[in-house]
Write a protein that binds this ligand. Structure first.
Ligand code: ZN
Length: 79
């Protein structure tokens, strides 16, 4: 898996359509790529904080903000 593919998966994770933690390729990539680890930690924390343990969906506006923040952080760390 490439960094770009991981980013795509994270966007789907934000949308609630995929759980990247169940993907072996995803975990394998993270084990060897520090910038991606940081991005994933960030996004997980943000989602966890927002949901506060409740299983409701993130509003579209929040998801879009998260997508933008995610890409920005990703590009910064992968320069
Ligand atoms: Zn990576």
């Amino acid at each position: 898996m490439k960094c770009e593919e991981l980013l795509t998966m994270l966007n789907e994770y934000v949308d609630g359509t995929v759980d990247p933690s169940i993907c072996k390729e995803f975990e394998k990539h993270l084990a060897g790529c520090n910038p991606c680890q940081v991005v994933v930690d960030n996004i997980r924390q943000t989602i966890t904080l927002y949901k506060d343990g409740q299983p409701y969906e993130l509003p579209v506006a929040f998801r879009e903000k998260l997508h933008a923040a995610l890409r920005q952080r990703f590009v910064q760390l992968h320069r």
